[in-house]
Design a protein around this ligand. Structure first.
Ligand SMILES: [Zn+2]
Length: 279
């Protein structure tokens, strides 16, 4: 999630992870083991020798990961609503929200059904609702989803996307979420299945070919191997999307664009479903 040099450091109450909390995984596209780039015991950052997708293996088991996301501290000290309105992180969050709604509206203006996956405290959904979309969210964190439902009156399903309602949406967005999901290919197929005809997807994700990632290597502030378990480049993002029946139609990497302002290691992508031959 978008924790960068402008955000507050997170002080985690989570105990140090051990090998018993981890498991090895294969490339979600090719099913083969990765080759080690960085050993960060008990984790490893590896690259698929076939498609070059970078991922974390070993990584936290699903039960260890759920314990991590259930910590209220996961959202505190970041950019998810626990801070004062004019903190630098919240000013950035509002800029991203406005910029992202603007790029979406250029290709799918409201009204329409908008689904956000990984909706956190519900700040983006709240803004999207104000701009005229009919909104729903999916959020794994019980803390985040409970806040969005109780304080903002939003419709948020708490759990994994695969277990969430399958009602179609005209816009599906997921900001800084794809790097967290257990299987991005399965996740994007779930997204594809929920896109209404002519619908669009919009996402942001850190990227491994960014200058900070390449220069700082294991000191890259976004590496975070417990939670950022897949690392994309524009090429591998397009590959995984295509395998899921989606095409990326626009990529924003510039840190001066409003949808991505101040972010030197993240990209914003827009896309659509590739029609089935029988559609
Ligand atoms: Zn692969």
């Amino acid at each position: 999630m978008p924790i960068g040099p402008t955000a507050q450091p997170r002080t985690s109450p989570t105990p140090a992870w051990t090998t018993a909390d981890t498991e090895p995984v294969s490339c979600c596209v090719c099913g083969v083991a990765g080759e080690t780039l960085y050993a960060l015991s008990p984790f490893g950052v590896v690259r698929c020798p076939v498609c070059e997708l970078v991922f974390v293996s070993p990584r936290l088991t699903s039960s260890a990961l759920q314990r991590f996301y259930d910590e209220p501290a996961y959202f505190e000290g970041g950019v998810y609503g626990a801070q004062s309105t004019w903190s630098p992180a919240m000013v950035l969050q509002r800029s991203w929200t406005a910029g992202r709604l603007a790029v979406i509206a250029r290709i799918r203006r409201p009204p329409g059904r908008l689904l956000e996956i990984g909706s956190g405290y519900g700040l983006f959904l709240d803004a999207a609702r104000s701009s005229g979309y009919e909104v729903r969210g999916v959020e794994l964190s019980r803390t985040g989803s409970a806040h969005a439902v109780a304080n903002l009156g939003l419709d948020v399903f708490c759990g994994q996307l695969a277990d969430a309602p399958t009602d179609p949406a005209d816009v599906i967005c997921f900001w800084d979420t794809l790097e967290h999901v257990p299987d991005p290919l399965a996740f994007l197929r779930e997204v594809r299945a929920r896109l209404a005809p002519g619908g669009v997807l919009a996402l942001s994700v850190p990227y491994f070919s960014s200058i900070p990632a390449r220069v700082l290597r294991t000191r890259w502030w976004t590496l975070k191997p417990e939670q950022h378990i897949w690392h994309f480049t524009p090429a591998t993002l397009r590959l995984v999307a295509a395998r899921a029946g989606l095409v990326i139609t626009r990529l924003v990497t510039s840190p001066v664009r409003k949808s991505n302002v101040g972010r030197t290691d993240s990209l914003v992508a827009l896309g659509r479903a590739i029609p089935d031959p029988e559609d």
